[in-house]
Design a protein around this ligand. Structure first.
Ligand code: GUN
Ligand code: ZN
Length: 432
């Protein structure tokens, strides 16, 4: 049993969806507090009341800093940590030139462990407390990820990336080994402490129809697992999928026809969707994962956040590191804002914070556990300094409400804005 903790500061959390209800969907308390018992939030409210009701709690006073639920990165490739910001290629060339050679190295458990440590150090330093990551085809890469997440007590999701074609020798599995290895890893890790397995066909170009079917069967046998893949990221990729699956109605159909469409399915990027694909995603409740820094870095296109959200899609936010150009969900929110501007529908700061917390939690099917400051939720928290650099501080000084105070940090902030991170209530070291 750990000690009762009381964190004091500004608090912000959502009671409903700001895309529907506007910024009033959030509750902001200028002098707020979060009471934590046994790693869970037991109360949130007014600082003075919580202090007088709980005089024995270990008190941390964050002053005017902002306590938020930890950020949730719903699509990331931890094996690409060391190749982030590799120059000049679009998706398929980028995979062949930079990604696949790097991923080959993950057969070595020691190398995989080193990169997993660096990855979690960087994510946590940026206030990200939960990720859903791809691994490589090597089971060792999955054990390295989950072993590291477990030792840090994190809620985390990942799976073995499956590919049986259009990848180099040494980076291919088979129909049978993809099924067998995924099943072994799923049995080992899914539900261990706060870890969850995501069945992971990389994307249709690198899986045969038979492999997609085998993984669809595995998902039907373990419907409590997530399933993650990529969908309609670049137009060249979509043309290639058409050639590889001539019988498919569209890209999504390659997943739909093989048992890989449904609730708990995470579809990364989802930029160039047809009306049929949008309708089927909405009907089945699959989660679309918006990766805006990646979409600009690899030159993929402009995600229709406003349109997709207003038609009722489930949407999470993600860095897509190393296709994405930052480990920071603040930089990712800024990119989502800019993509929105280019589409004529800028997201409000309440919508950006909601996507990085509740939205991603909904996509990952853990919206009853993380992503909000509310009684019974896991106390994975980030504390933001809203004046972390001189440029941000002088703008924040002019703010007249919480959104104006927060927006400069969203647009200009980075790991310097992360004052503290708590995992299951306990403060962790975030400096690298
Ligand atoms: N599509 C298939 N694999 C990948 C990947 O590793 N990154 C991105 N951005 N898109 C992909
Ligand atoms: Zn990706």
């Amino acid at each position: 049993m750990t000690q009762t903790r009381l964190l004091i500061g500004q608090t912000l959390s959502f009671e409903s969806d700001p895309f529907q209800d506007g910024p009033e969907a959030a509750t902001h308390t200028a002098n707020g507090g979060v009471l934590i018992e046994d790693g869970l939030i037991s109360k949130i409210g007014d600082a003075a009341t919580l202090k007088s009701d709980h005089p024995d709690a270990a008190l941390t006073d964050y002053g005017s800093k902002l306590i938020l639920p930890g950020f949730i990165d719903a699509h990331v490739h931890y094996p690409q940590t060391a190749i982030i910001a590799s120059w000049g290629k679009r998706l398929i060339d980028w995979l062949n030139t930079y990604t696949f050679p790097e991923e080959m190295r993950f057969h070595d458990p020691e190398f995989a462990g080193t990169i997993a440590r660096t990855f979690f150090d960087l994510s946590l330093a940026n206030g990200t407390t939960t990720v859903a990551s791809y691994c490589t085809i090597h089971p060792e890469s999955v054990d390295a990820f989950f072993g590291e997440a477990k030792s840090r007590g994190l809620r985390a999701f990942a799976g073995k990336t499956c590919m049986d074609r259009n990848a180099p020798d040494g980076l291919k599995d088979t129909v049978q080994s993809a099924y067998d290895d995924s099943k072994t890893l799923l049995d080992r890790w899914n539900g261990t402490e706060r870890l969850g397995y995501a069945i992971t066909p990389r994307f249709s170009p690198t899986s045969s129809r038979e492999q997609l079917e085998a993984l669809g069967t595995l998902w039907s046998e373990h419907p409590d697992c997530l399933m993650q893949t990529h969908l309609s990221e670049q137009t060249d990729e979509i043309s290639w999928v058409k050639e590889l699956f001539p019988e498919a109605r569209d890209y999504l159909d390659t997943y739909e026809a093989t048992g890989l469409l449904g609730e708990g399915g995470l579809y990364g990027h989802a930029i160039h969707l047809t009306d049929r694909e949008r309708a089927r995603l909405r009907e089945t409740g699959g989660g679309l994962i918006h990766c805006p820094t990646s979409n600009m870095f690899i030159g993929s296109g402009l995600f229709d956040l406003g349109g997709l959200k207003s038609e009722g899609q489930t949407i999470g936010l993600a860095t897509d590191t190393g296709g994405g150009s930052s480990f920071s969900m603040l930089r990712t929110m800024a990119a989502a804002y800019e993509v929105g501007q280019l589409r004529g529908r800028p997201a409000h700061p309440s919508e950006l914070i909601w996507l990085a917390t509740v939205g991603s939690a909904q996509a990952l099917k853990v919206e009853d556990k993380i992503g909000r400051l509310a009684t019974g939720f896991e106390a994975d928290l980030v504390v933001l300094d809203l004046a972390s650099t001189p440029a941000i501080a002088q703008r924040e000084a002019r703010a007249t409400d919480i959104w104006e105070a927060l927006f400069p940090t969203i647009m200009m902030g980075d790991d310097r804005a992360i004052s503290a991170v708590h995992i299951k209530g306990e403060p962790i070291k975030t400096s690298l």
